[in-house]
Design a protein around this ligand. Sequence first.
Ligand SMILES: NC(=O)c1ccc[n+]([C@@H]2O[C@H](COP(=O)([O-])OP(=O)(O)OC[C@H]3O[C@@H](n4cnc5c(N)ncnc54)[C@H](OP(=O)(O)O)[C@@H]3O)[C@@H](O)[C@H]2O)c1
Length: 250
Amino acid sequence: MNLKNKTALVTGGGVGIGLAITRALVDAGAHVIIAGRDLARLDRVRAELGNVSTIQVDLAVHGERERLIATLLQRDAPLDLLINNAGIMQYFSLADDHALARLDAELALDLHAPIHLSTALLPHLLSRPEAAIVNVTTGLIYAPFGNTPGYSAAKAGLHGFTRALRWQTRGTGLKVIELMPPAVDTELTRRYDGSKTDPESVARALMHGLVKGLDEVRPGQTKALYAMSRIAPGFIFRALNKAADKTPLD
Ligand SMILES: NC(=O)c1ccc[n+]([C@@H]2O[C@H](COP(=O)([O-])OP(=O)(O)OC[C@H]3O[C@@H](n4cnc5c(N)ncnc54)[C@H](OP(=O)(O)O)[C@@H]3O)[C@@H](O)[C@H]2O)c1
């Protein structure tokens, strides 16, 4: 995919992996719309990078997603690239009093939001000469953490949805890409004590995947996790969870 003069939406593009992706897209000549709740932070990114627009939205709320979709479809410059990046990850016990509310919040943002945006924007993206949907899941789809049950469920669900979407749109001009980052040094992993990579290396891997037209992008340790999950899935699940169990619950 040629990114020059394309228009992209990056959800959660104001910080972390989303910000690194936004920078990389702007560097490649794309215009980037960044969406999130913290408008002041988004506006600081716009002022710094230029060629960026901002939209304030709580993607966990169905009606706010509808408003975002309507705004995107009314824009003069049509959208070419949807990057479903915004996400949260909570460490909690399913026996916790607030477990159901936590599961609902995580499923709303990490699963329902990317499915909603992908499906509602699909007819528009199929009408573009060259377009892509990128769903950001995680290397943990190969060995889910037991202490992040909502996240594990949401990302596994998004992995399945992404494969189904790719299958249904095969033979069209739409590219469907799954980005599976390893542990990355961002606010999301502040409680996790293991080794972490930088957001920029994940963004570089995605740019490579977009240009080459890859289906799945597995940066850094995700590649090893994928290989291990095929050779010794039980071993890698136990080893990873023994390490992850050291992370305190929220
Ligand atoms: N960090 C990792 O190790 C890692 C590993 C694998 C996969 N990932 C995935 O990568 C993606 C980005 O993660 P990150 O590490 O960059 O996280 P992060 O630094 O915590 O950023 C999360 C982003 O999501 C946005 N967001 C959160 N709740 C939102 C809501 N209700 N509505 C709209 N936007 C919301 C935030 O913006 P506002 O606060 O402004 O709303 C922020 O921009 C996530 O999907 C995550 O699951 C991360």
